[in-house]
Each structure stands twice: as structure tokens, then as C-alpha cells.
Design a protein around this ligand. Sequence first.
Ligand code: AHG
Ligand code: MN
Ligand code: MN
Length: 318
Amino acid sequence: MSERPFQHPTLHESLRSAADRGEALGDVIESIAQACREIAGRVRRARLQDILGDAGSRNVHGEDQQKLDALSNELLLDHLARCPAVGVCASEEEEEAVVVRARGDGGEFCVAYDPLDGSSNIDVAVNVGTIFSVLPNDLDPASPLQRGERQLAAGYVVYGSSVLMVLSLGDGVDLYVLDPDLNEFVRVEERLRMPDRKRVYSLNEAYRDDFPEGYRNYLDYAHANGYSSRYIGSMVGDVHRTLLKGGVFLYPPTSAAPSGKLRLLYEGNPMSLLIEQAGGTADTGSGRILEVEPGELHQRTPVVLGSREEVAHVLERL
Ligand code: AHG
Ligand code: MN
Ligand code: MN
């Protein structure tokens, strides 16, 4: 049995100490954490259990669904539907939002999530993750279509060399590690602050000729000023590195994807809350991501997020 250094409270203990945000919000986060523990086990055993590769189905975006996409989605939906505080679930892998409980009988929250981000990397053991966003279920009719600034909590879990959770309840960003002996997430860092500058940019440069001119001007600036490039191709991995080490992550508009590829509700908004809570900036290229009024569930948004000064170097050229 590993000795847990006392200063590392479990997720449960730290959520209960933040109970001023309400016990029910803690219950939602713990449901997500339980689903992610089970997803982590599936990701680790995927090759052994032959749950890699295509599911032979396409999701609402017309993308080939990976077996682990579908499995992760089912696990999350199952745990969330069993949490009395969850009223509405909106998943990257479901065409419509699912009402799992009427408000009044619990159901205080909407949860929007990307059950498995970075699907193209699953088969090659590169970081993938789960991204989640918790909103109030206070619209009539119930809907998760709300500006990101209304989020009550946001976070992600990275399934990598260790299983990490980065979580904000709207007052700072904390880092948890899944202790494999305890099988509990334990808090190892509180109130993360990201560096204001770091000469690293992260985007898929293969699309350079397809970016609007301002982005190409930014790349010329970066190449002339000693920047290095880091790109994993999993948003959760690229954002996690950017959060911890600084730099700027971008998914600009292209002719194939005029609003960018990333989805606002369960990729752009949760990541933007975390980055802003850690002292960074998150922008569409023409305004703050968290202020975008969503019109539809799977709406896409361009993303420029990271260290304040690095994002400014991009925006001043757009
Ligand atoms: P998902 O696997 O949930 O569909 O997300 C994949 C996204 C995101 O993780 C990553 O930043 C982006 O796709 C990479 O896109 P490109 O392969 O076009 O660079
Ligand atoms: Mn994704
Ligand atoms: Mn996904």
C-alpha cells in the first residue's frame, strides 16, 4: 500500500473542502472521475482486449468512430445518468443532448464532454484524454447551449505515462494524479499559474497555406524569433503542455474548416476556462472564446490559447 503524503488530499477530500460551491457539484465531478478511472483501464488494456481501431461507425461529424470513442462515451453517459445532480448530457459522440433527469428532482447541472480526445493517437499509445464542462441546468427548456463564461467547472483527464486530472471549479486550477495503489485522484498542485511567455507554438503546420494571412504572418514572426514547434495532435496533450510550460496552441480556420476543427462546447470552452483561470488567454481570433453564444451543440470555433504574451503576438497579426 503506497504511503500517501498527507498534503495530497484525495479528490473527494478537496471537493468537500470546496463545498461552498455545493455538494452536488462535487458529486458530478466524482462521477466523471469514476468514469475516467474506468476509461483509463480500458485505454491501458486496449491492445490486449482488441478494443483498438475503428468501431465501423461514423459519429455525427462524419468521422470514423474509434471503438474506444464509443466505449468511453457509454461509460461517461452511464455514470452521469446515475448521478442525481446531472440533468442534461451533451457528448461529442451523441447527435443531440440527452435529458437524463428533470430539474427539481435533482438535475441541477448540464455536462458537455468529449469522451475521448485525440482518437487518431489511440493506436500508437500517444496521449489521449477526456474533456468535460459543467454548466447550470437553468434554461427552459433545459439546454447546454450556454456561453462558456457560465461554466461552473471544467477539466480534463490525460491518459498518458500517468493519469492526470486538471480541474477548475471557477476559482483556480488544480492538478491531480491518479495514485494507482489507492486508485484515487490525489491533488499534487494547487492554483496553477502558467508562464506569461514561452517561445513555443503548437499547431498543425501542414495546413499553413490554408490559414488566413494573419496566421501565416504570425508563423513568419515565430520562425524569425527562435520559436520551437510542438504538436501532439491531441488537444488534451497540447493544451496540458501549454498550461504547464507556456506557449501558444492554435487551431485556426482553414478552407476545409472555416470555423476551425475544434468544438466550442466540449473542447474550446472547458480548455479556455482552465487557461484563463491559470492566468492565460483564450481567443477565437476575433474575441474571447468564453463569450461566444453557441447556436448549435457541435458548433466549431477557431482556437488561439496559451500564455498571455504569446497569444498577444498572434492576435496583433490577425
Ligand atoms: P477528437 O479525437 O476528439 O476528434 O479530437 C481530435 C482533435 C484534437 O484532439 C486535436 O487538437 C485535433 O483534432 C488535431 O487535428 P488535426 O489532425 O487536423 O491536426
Ligand atoms: Mn476532441
Ligand atoms: Mn473525441
